[in-house]
Design a protein around this ligand. Structure first.
Ligand code: 4AD
Ligand code: MG
Length: 477
């Protein structure tokens, strides 16, 4: 392991000290200057090779991508843009890298190309910055809940239920493909799937988290979730990570407060702790913006956007108010949405959500009290008998980032709802037990982690904020 890191060396002022460092060569210039990176920071440390006293054979092996072990003296640098450099006294090539075939050349690569080389793309500045930010955000999330008295709960990946009731599940099988059990009609009997039970990969840990909220009070889960929806968009993955807090004795208003406070905390945390990476990504975006026509350019820079979210209240708007706004709006030059909302009860499309956030309110929006029939079975029915205590949080550039609700705590109402939707009581008997024994108001939400990482990094394709994206027809790595 490295005793020093490039990050520590670059801020050290212990000139004259003997140091050693292992890392990967980014570039090697004039047979003399190595730009070395070890992943600890965006920046490279310059290592100056005494080429006259270094074997020709070694010099040839200092190529982009090679792993090297360098020893030398830390000195003040004469070069522009750096304070320190290493005067190399010895260099050992740990792993060669053939410059002809190495995919990550010292030039600009397209994100499409880098996606095909996802195993190497974190050797670029953009992806190393994004993934360091992803790591920090993940830590900040655990920190927030830990600081606020929540328990971290591990919900199962293999489940027997469909938490969202949307039927978008990947089925698990232990069946012998060559000799599957057959039912009376001679078809494969999937009921035998998981050693005798039909199971799937979890779409959400919520239902299990509810059981712990109803005993430990405040809990959260943060793990992978899976959706078998065939949507090939820049915001959907088949495997994504979700953060789901669940809290007893908390109503929908409390849920909104929690979500807003939590999102602000984690974004502030990265602003305070990953400034260098954010500034790099901000500059990348500004350069990209310059290639666009003036009218399409963003009004705020990345860091301004993060500060804006932290400093301003999220706008809370009921579904009914939102529909009125949308009906009376002219969203673009054609003055029309592609999908026109005819009446109360229709589901909002992403064009409507984006209009509300980006054009109308120009700030994060919490939409609440949705029509019952476009939301999941477990949401608390309102006194009007037609809306449920649901909330979706919409973010600029992202659209829906959080979905949550107050849960239906009344046994009879929940049973009726399940019956209407053909959800068998036997499947969720344990979930119904929570309403039978000591039921209470409780609420929670789910934050799509990758959508949060997109917002914090300014990346526009969800495939670029998760190490190895799983999308329909894509599981190369
Ligand atoms: O709105 P969803 O489906 O809500 C739930 O799963 C609830 N059980 C959460 C809860 O109340 N505990 O998903 C929550 C969030 C969405 O707002 C979105 O950010 C993200 O998860 N999400 C996805 N992210 C990436 N790819 C997909 N296919 C996603 N589907 C949902
Ligand atoms: Mg949702």
């Amino acid at each position: 392991m490295n005793t020093y890191t490039v990050s520590k060396l670059l801020t050290s002022e212990q000139f004259g000290q003997e140091v050693e460092i292992k890392g990967w060569v980014r570039t090697f210039r004039a047979n003399r200057f190595i730009a070395l990176n070890d992943g600890s920071t965006l920046n490279n440390i310059q290592c100056v090779v005494d080429f006259e006293n270094t074997a020709e054979e070694t010099l040839k092996r200092i190529t982009t991508g090679a792993a090297v072990h360098i020893k030398g003296e830390l000195v003040e640098s004469q070069g522009k843009g750096q304070n320190v450099e290493i005067v190399v006294s010895s260099i050992e090539i740990l792993g060669d890298s053939d410059p002809e075939s190495y995919p990550i050349q010292p030039k600009k690569h397209s994100f499409e190309f880098l996606r095909e080389n996802a195993h190497l793309r974190t050797r670029t500045n953009t992806f190393s910055a994004v993934m360091r930010l992803r790591s920090t955000l993940s830590f900040a999330i655990h920190k927030y809940f830990n600081d606020n008295g929540f328990y971290y709960m591990h919900t199962p990946i293999i489940t027997g239920s469909d938490a969202e009731g949307a039927g978008e599940m990947f089925r698990i099988t232990s069946l012998d493909a060559k000799n599957p059990p057959l039912n009376e009609a001679g078809e494969v009997d999937f009921k035998e799937d998981f050693f005798g039970k039909e199971t799937n990969l979890t779409v959400s840990g919520q239902l299990e988290a509810e059981t712990y909220a109803m005993s430990l009070g405040k809990v959260y889960t943060f793990g992978p979730t899976f959706r078998a929806e065939n949507s090939n968009t820049s915001r959907h993955l088949s495997e994504f990570w979700m953060i789901e807090p669940e809290v007893a004795f908390m109503d929908l208003a409390g849920n909104m407060d929690l979500a807003e406070d939590f999102m602000k905390f984690v974004l502030k945390y990265v602003l305070d702790n990953n400034r260098e990476d954010l500034e790099f990504l901000e500059k990348r975006l500004l350069d990209e913006e310059k290639t666009k026509p003036q009218a399409e350019r963003s009004e705020m820079s990345l860091i301004e956007k993060l500060n804006f979210v932290i400093d301003n209240n999220f706008k809370r708007v009921s579904y009914t108010e939102a529909i009125d706004i949308l009906k009376n709006s002219k969203p673009n030059k054609k003055k029309k949405f592609k999908y026109i909302i005819e009446e109360w009860g229709a589901d909002l499309q992403s064009e409507h959500e984006r209009f509300l956030v980006e054009k109308h309110f120009k700030c994060p929006v919490i939409l609440f009290d949705y029509p019952a029939n476009i939301k999941a079975f477990y949401m608390r029915l309102n006194e009007d008998g037609k809306t449920v205590r649901a909330m979706d949080i919409l973010f600029p550039g992202i659209g829906e980032i959080v979905g949550g609700s107050q849960r239906e705590e009344r046994l009879e109402v929940l049973k009726e709802k399940m019956q209407a939707l053909n959800i068998p009581e036997e499947e969720l008997w344990w979930y119904l037990d929570l309403r039978k024994y000591g039921t209470a108001v409780h609420s929670g939400f789910g934050l799509g982690f990758e959508r949060l990482v997109m917002f914090a990094t300014g990346m526009t394709n969800i495939r670029d904020v998760i190490p190895f994206p799983r999308t329909p027809h894509n599981a190369e790595f």
